[in-house]
Design a protein around this ligand. Structure first.
Ligand SMILES: NC(=O)c1ccc[n+]([C@@H]2O[C@H](COP(=O)([O-])OP(=O)(O)OC[C@H]3O[C@@H](n4cnc5c(N)ncnc54)[C@H](OP(=O)(O)O)[C@@H]3O)[C@@H](O)[C@H]2O)c1
Length: 176
C-alpha cells in the first residue's frame, strides 16, 4: 500500500508561483502551514527549488530531483528522475511512519507530479505579481475542492490569502 502523494503550493491570483528562482511574498501564516504539513515527512523538490531554499529544512527529509549526478549537497537525498525520487520517498515514508509524501515544487516538478497527486494543499495568495513560474488551476474533472478558508493578512503576512484543498476524484489517477 503506497503512501499518498500530496502537492503543497502557494499560488497568486494570476497563477504565478515564482520569479528569478525566489518566492515573491512573505507570508508567515503560510510558512507555518507548510511546516505543519511537511514535518516528519520526506519532501520531494526540484533542484532549482532546493537551491532557492539553500539548505535542508529541519525536521523533514529532502529528496532533490536532478539530472546532474555531481549535485550532491550535504544533508539531502538526490534522485535522477521524479519516478526514482517518489520511489525513494515511499520507502523513507514507510521508515519514518509518515502518512504522506509532500511534493513541494517548483513549476517543473508540480507539472509532472500533478497526475499522481491524491491531494493538493493550495494557498491562493491575493496578489497579481509578475513572474516566470506558474501553477495551473487544478482540473475540476480530476479534483474536487474543499470549502475555501479565507484569511486576512496577519501581522507578518504581506497579502490576504485563502487555503483551498483539493482531493482527487475516484478513478482519475493519471489525469489533471
Ligand atoms: N509558490 C510556491 O509554492 C513554490 C514552491 C516551490 C518553488 N517555487 C518557485 O518555483 C520556481 C522554481 O521552479 P522551476 O520550475 O524553475 O524549477 P524546479 O521544478 O524547482 O526544478 C527544476 C529542476 O529539477 C530537475 N528536474 C525536473 N524534472 C526532472 C526529471 N523528470 N528528472 C530529473 N530531474 C528533473 C532539473 O534539475 P537539473 O537541472 O539539476 O537536472 C530541473 O532543472 C522558483 O521561483 C521557486 O521560488 C514556488
Amino acid at each position: 500500500m503506497s503512501v499518498p502523494i500530496v502537492l503543497i503550493v502557494a499560488v497568486a491570483d494570476n497563477g504565478v508561483i515564482g520569479r528569478d528562482n525566489t518566492l515573491i511574498w512573505r507570508l508567515r501564516s503560510d510558512l507555518q502551514r507548510f511546516k505543519a504539513l511537511t514535518l516528519g515527512k520526506p519532501m520531494v523538490m526540484g533542484r532549482k527549488t532546493f537551491q532557492s531554499i539553500g539548505k535542508p529544512l529541519p525536521g523533514r527529509e529532502t529528496i532533490v530531483v536532478t539530472r546532474d549526478a555531481s549535485f550532491r549537497p550535504e544533508g539531502v537525498f538526490t534522485a535522477p528522475s521524479l519516478e526514482e525520487a517518489l520511489a525513494l520517498a515511499q520507502s523513507r515514508a514507510a521508515a519514518l511512519g509518515a502518512d504522506a509524501v509532500p511534493v513541494v515544487g517548483g513549476g517543473e516538478i508540480y507539472r509532472q507530479a500533478m497526475p499522481l497527486a491524491e491531494r493538493i494543499y493550495l494557498t491562493r495568495v491575493h496578489c497579481q505579481p509578475d513572474g516566470d513560474t506558474y501553477f495551473p488551476d487544478p482540473d475540476p474533472a480530476a479534483f474536487v475542492a474543499d470549502l475555501p478558508e479565507a484569511h486576512p493578512a496577519g501581522e507578518h503576512d504581506q497579502f490576504a490569502f485563502t487555503f483551498v484543498d483539493y482531493t482527487r476524484r475516484p478513478a482519475t489517477k493519471g489525469h489533471g
